[in-house]
Design a protein around this ligand. Structure first.
Ligand SMILES: Nc1nc2c(ncn2[C@@H]2O[C@H](COP(=O)(O)OP(=O)(O)O)[C@@H](O)[C@H]2O)c(=O)[nH]1
Ligand SMILES: [Mg+2]
Length: 411
């Protein structure tokens, strides 16, 4: 039997849309030759043979001589278009002609440069816009904690459009607003029925004794109305240190406040009862105790424990304490159930980021701020009190004007 080339009897229908399968035929010398041909056209899995049979080869002579060949009936299976076919299809639809790769490369090269310069601005090396990197530097200089800085820079990335990041004054104002909103301020509670009882706790040397006298003086000035002179007393549990008691007496004497020692648990209730209900306020100074001195802490708690009265207890911390120490102090004094802190010695720091960061992290509000050794150097703070101390913010001084609207979130 003379060999003849494989013929596709039904050419043109090998790729059917929509999964429709059209029966096709192919002829060859034998079944093996037909399968081989189908494999080369459609791949191993691209066709399915439905039937095969020996048939007479076409042509009169072939019939006369009885020449036969194999005829295979098959369908082409649905398969994804090749990349080239897909591309061609799209080009057919859009009516465009294909761009040669070399040319495409050239075009991309020009755009590529532009794209890179944009990306470099958005994400140079460490992934930040230069304005964000600059702000991070300023926050670091002001000794904000890593966590706080990260929070601010992530907000900048997320919330500020690229165009706004180019405007330095806007970036600085936005960041100051956000820092201000992190600073919580606590107003002293309204006292329904006197006396007002205030207790200061905190480490040694932060300024508790100085501050208790300041608070008493402030209270008297505030409450002085007309002929009425509020009755204010000061008590201290720090009386066994002679020098400490003398220090307090000396300061309180100048202002005319009587000072009392509280040495046993019944002493404070006794001081409160001295004026037969006429006492307006009692300010209690305490001694700094070591966080591991559990006995000392327990003894002090029993000294300041007053039946039926929950005192206003403030934890006193110095503004220049480093972040890790601040966290420890905030934790160690938790058993005194303080509701806010008094930040002392704000005048001694030009980098208040640490205290702002940790108080924000622990969600602790500030009730008062002290700014020097003199009795008047105590303030009802606002977020601005802290923001004003920050270095390197390139912003008009009017931002820090106290008469400006309060910073959102700082209540
Ligand atoms: N610069 C400055 N010094 C302060 C301030 N408050 C207290 N001091 C000083 O800090 C030192 C310790 O204060 P003191 O009241 O004895 O601290 P205490 O051990 O907590 O009672 C004293 O020299 C105070 O004059 C303040 O706001 N600013
Ligand atoms: Mg003291």
């Amino acid at each position: 039997m003379p060999s003849r080339p494989i013929t596709a009897l039904d050419a043109g229908g090998d790729r059917l849309a929509g999964g429709e399968q059209k029966l096709q035929k192919i002829r060859g010398q034998d079944l093996g030759a037909c399968v081989e041909s189908l494999r080369s056209r459609y791949g191993e899995q691209g066709f399915k043979i439905l039937n095969h049979a020996e048939v007479y080869s076409e042509g009169l002579f072939n019939r006369l001589w009885g020449n036969k060949e194999m005829e295979v009936q098959y369908v082409v299976l649905q398969k994804p278009l090749s990349f080239e076919a897909e591309k061609q299809k799209i080009l057919n639809i859009t009516g465009k002609t294909a761009v040669p790769f070399a040319e495409l490369d050239k075009k991309l090269g020009a755009y590529g440069e532009l794209l890179n310069s944009i990306l470099e601005k958005i994400a140079p090396g460490d992934g930040s816009h230069p304005a964000i990197t600059k702000i991070e530097g300023i926050l670091e200089k002001n000794e904000f904690t890593g966590g706080f800085i990260k929070k601010i820079s992530q907000r900048l990335k997320k919330e500020l459009p690229l165009g706004d990041l180019e405007d330095e004054a806007l970036v600085h104002r936005t960041v100051l607003d956000w820092i201000g909103a992190e600073i919580r301020i606590k107003q002293p509670p309204a006292i329904a029925r006197p006396p007002r009882v205030v207790v200061l706790v905190g480490p040694t040397g932060v300024g508790k004794t100085t501050t208790i006298v300041k608070l008493a003086a402030k209270y008297r000035i505030q409450e002085n109305s007309g002929d009425y002179k509020p009755l204010v007393r000061i008590a201290t549990v720090d009386s066994f240190r002679i020098a400490a008691f003398e220090q307090l007496e000396k300061q309180a004497d100048i202002l005319g406040f009587p000072v009392h020692k509280a040495e046993t648990p019944g002493d404070i209730p006794q001081i409160l009862a001295m004026d037969e209900g006429r006492l307006d306020a009692l300010f209690i100074d305490t001694i700094g105790c070591s966080p591991t001195d559990y006995e000392g802490i327990a003894a002090m708690r029993s000294l300041i424990n007053i039946p039926h009265i929950t005192p206003e207890t403030y934890l006193t911390v110095s503004a220049s304490t480093k972040a890790s120490d601040l966290r420890m102090i905030l934790k160690n004094y938790e058993s005194f159930d303080y509701k806010a802190v008094i930040v002392t010695k704000l005048d001694e720091t030009s980098r208040p980021g640490n205290i702002i960061s940790v108080l924000s992290e622990r969600n602790v509000p500030v009730a008062f701020v002290t700014t020097g050794q003199k009795p008047k150097q105590i303030e009802d703070p606002s977020p601005i009190t802290f923001l004003r101390k920050l270095a390197d913010f390139n912003i008009g001084r009017e931002y820090f004007d106290d008469s400006a609207p309060p910073v959102p979130g700082g209540t």
